[in-house]
Ligand binder design. Structure first.
Ligand code: TMP
Ligand code: ASP
Length: 239
């Protein structure tokens, strides 16, 4: 059995531990929830368990369709064994429907379909509030090479093309989501997690929000929404 050794990182929602294998880490999922660059803090009960399970199911779907991911396996309720990546300090956001910061910054009404999907980059830096950047900033700041940027864009759009029908079959609209990639021995590999913290998901019939926006905006029924996403994603339920 793979066991946690030294904690090497603590983020807002996860901790990372070394294992006896230098190429493998354990990603531990917490219940802590933050929003607006950690100005708002709280707990979403059993969120760590849900996000671990949902991420596992989604990473498995992506891997089955040729997307390189860091997941090795889910080893307990809150732990996932992953390959050790050198994470690019870039958040990659894909948007299919206008919501969140896009509505605020560009004045496009929430719910407007975006065709083709919009791809954005943010500089992963809490002190600066993760500002939006473009490819020319990435080059100048040497956050990734041109080849890596090209691969990140290609993978992000392929992931979107795979996940939209995946969620649609489960009665959900994939409004937008955030990805993180890293280098693993020269390859660009998908890391982090994909879950109701990092995606906006709306019920396809009622358009009710089923993601972290319920926490961000105090909409109530936060735990219920996370559990329902988990049920639809993991139990192969179709609605
Ligand atoms: P935004 O509309 O606030 O820019 O968020 C876009 C998507 O990225 C949304 O699905 C939530 C996700 N996201 C994160 O995963 N982490 C973050 O820190 C932020 C701001 C957004
Ligand atoms: N997780 C981020 C934070 O605390 C933002 C968010 O998800 O809204 O800052």
């Amino acid at each position: 059995m793979t066991e946690r050794r030294e904690q090497i990182y603590e983020g807002k929602a996860k901790r990372l531990y070394t294992t006896d294998d230098p190429d493998l880490l354990i990603q531990f999922f917490k219940d802590d929830a933050t929003a607006f660059n950690a100005q708002k803090r709280g707990t979403i009960l059993e969120k760590g368990i849900v996000n671990n399970k949902v991420s596992e199911r989604i990473f498995r779907h992506l891997a089955e369709h040729g997307i390189p991911t860091h997941m090795v396996e889910r080893i307990s309720d809150r732990e996932m064994l992953v390959k050790r990546l050198k994470i690019f300090p870039i958040e990659v956001i894909v948007r299919n429907v206008a919501a969140g910061s896009l509505t605020k910054n560009l004045g496009i009404p929430e719910g407007t379909e975006l065709d083709p999907p919009v791809l954005e980059f943010c500089y992963k830096n809490d002190a600066l509030g993760d500002p939006q950047i473009n490819e020319s900033h990435i080059r100048a700041m040497k956050l990734a090479t041109d080849a890596q940027i090209g691969r990140i864009k290609e993978l992000a759009l392929r992931i979107n093309a795979l996940l939209r029908p995946f969620f649609a079959e489960r009665g959900m609209i994939l409004v937008d989501f955030k990805l993180e990639f890293g280098d693993h021995g020269g390859d660009v590999v998908l890391g982090d997690e994909i879950c109701p913290d990092t995606c906006r998901l709306w019920d396809a019939r009622t358009r009710e929000k089923m993601d972290k926006d319920r926490f961000r905006r105090d909409l109530g029924k936060v735990e219920e929404a996370y559990q329902e996403v988990c049920r639809r994603v993991c139990e192969e339920a179709r609605v």
